[in-house]
Design a binder for this molecule. Structure first.
Ligand SMILES: *Cc1c(COP(=O)(O)O)cnc(C)c1O
Length: 389
């Protein structure tokens, strides 16, 4: 089993020093089994009666998955964590474990598009009300959360990357007995630890920075032991969206370099923000900087730019040589996602349309390539695609 090092270490040290294997192995074994058998009647009976917590069945418990959960819990400074098959499984399972018909969720505007679709298409028909509010209202209306069961937060939120004063919002929520849930995929625990700012539950799409290698789809939730127990019991046992041992293994591998990767993403993002802010073909740069809100200590590599009308966005996208076109983010490779493509996405509940995102916006995920090469590519494509008549 995983042992976290004793002492008050930084995230880098913690994630490097976690000992995971038996016999001195520094890497956890992939425990690729569906079930765990028992030596005798008594041991089996004790497990089923809840008198021991020996592994029983991989849907609810697996040592490789536990190694990953332990690392993330440590990094987020939480008591416990539970892994899921995807970020969406983490989101839907967490929310379903905590609400019942008649409850209300207050959600931040510009929430992740599939979270919005989950609220609208699945939760609302089951009698859970969801209301959407700007960041300002969460911060400045102390009674916004009166009668609310869950405040569902992202800081920063999606595509437009507005950051929120989490200590303030968490304090408002506590006063009204609302649970705060935050998607911390953008900042990661390297740049923001919401549990230390008063938030109740942190979740991640581990497919992004926690993995870092674009080879895994996974999710994770961190909170106190009581809440994780409730989420684990309801969600893994009954909904079954478990994390696979092999993917958990890939995630423990990715987590070892999380701090180093985030610092490299930050350094490239800082250079881009400076260059983009001074560029004649850029109208606006959307990227919250370190200390723009309390508790946010860094800038990740995911940001948006609003391009000038003179730029043909399809021509710009096709002129890029290093940046690839695609969804997702947080890997080693740089990507662009033009908002217009997401605005044109098929389906009834399109959150970009609902929240009114501009089609002039392009989202960038800055990877681990040399920042000079990346900027040269970006700048050349921008200039090539501009109509300067
Ligand atoms: C990708 C993403 C999710 C969903 O995660 P999956 O692992 O793709 O299910 C949730 N929140 C944010 C902010 C994301 O970017």
């Amino acid at each position: 089993m995983t042992e976290r090092p004793d002492g008050d270490f930084s995230i880098d040290t913690l994630l490097a020093a976690v000992a995971v294997g038996a016999g001195g192995a520094v890497v956890p074994p992939i425990v690729q089994t569906s079930l765990f058998s028992f030596d005798n009647y008594k041991a089996f009976e004790d497990r089923m009666a809840g008198r021991s917590d020996d592994p029983l069945y991989t849907r609810v418990q697996n040592p490789t998955v536990a190694a990953f959960e332990n690392m993330v819990a440590g990094a987020e400074e939480g008591e416990a964590a539970v892994g899921f098959a995807s970020g969406m499984a983490a989101i839907s399972s967490t929310v379903l474990a905590l609400v019942k018909p008649g409850d209300r969720i207050a959600c931040v505007e510009h929430v992740y598009p599939d979270a919005y679709r989950f609220f609208e298409r699945l939760l609302r028909p089951f009698g859970v009300d969801v209301t959407y509010h700007p960041v300002d209202d969460f911060e400045n209306d102390p009674d916004l959360l009166a009668g609310v069961k869950i405040a569902y937060l992202e800081s920063p939120n999606t595509v437009v990357f507005q950051a929120m004063n989490l200590p303030k919002v968490a304090a408002h929520a506590k006063r009204h007995g609302a649970l705060t849930v935050i998607d911390n995929s953008w900042a990661t625990p390297v740049f923001q630890r919401p549990l230390t700012l008063g938030v109740d539950i942190v979740l991640h799409s581990a497919s992004k920075y926690l993995s870092g290698h674009s080879d895994t789809v996974a999710g994770v939730v961190v909170a106190n032991a009581e809440l994780i127990g409730r989420i684990r019991d309801l969600s893994l046992s009954l909904l079954g969206g478990k994390l696979a041992p092999f993917e958990a293994f890939l995630l423990t591998r990715g987590l070892r370099t999380l701090g180093a990767r985030m610092r490299q993403h930050q350094s490239t993002a800082n250079r881009f923000v400076d260059n983009l802010s001074a560029h004649a073909l850029v109208r606006n740069v959307l990227s919250p900087g370190p200390n723009s809100v309390p508790g946010l200590t860094g800038r990740s590599g995911l940001l948006s730019v609003e391009l000038d009308e003179r730029v043909s966005i399809p021509d710009f996208a096709d002129a890029l040589k290093l940046f690839r076109l695609g969804v997702s983010w947080g890997g080693f490779e740089s990507l662009v996602l033009p908002a217009q493509i997401a605005l044109n996405q098929a389906g009834e509940e399109n959150s970009l349309q609902h929240f009114g995102v501009s089609g002039r916006i392009v989202r960038l995920s800055l990877g681990l390539e040399d920042p000079r090469d990346l900027w040269a590519d970006f700048d050349a494509a921008l200039n090539l695609s501009a109509n300067r008549k």
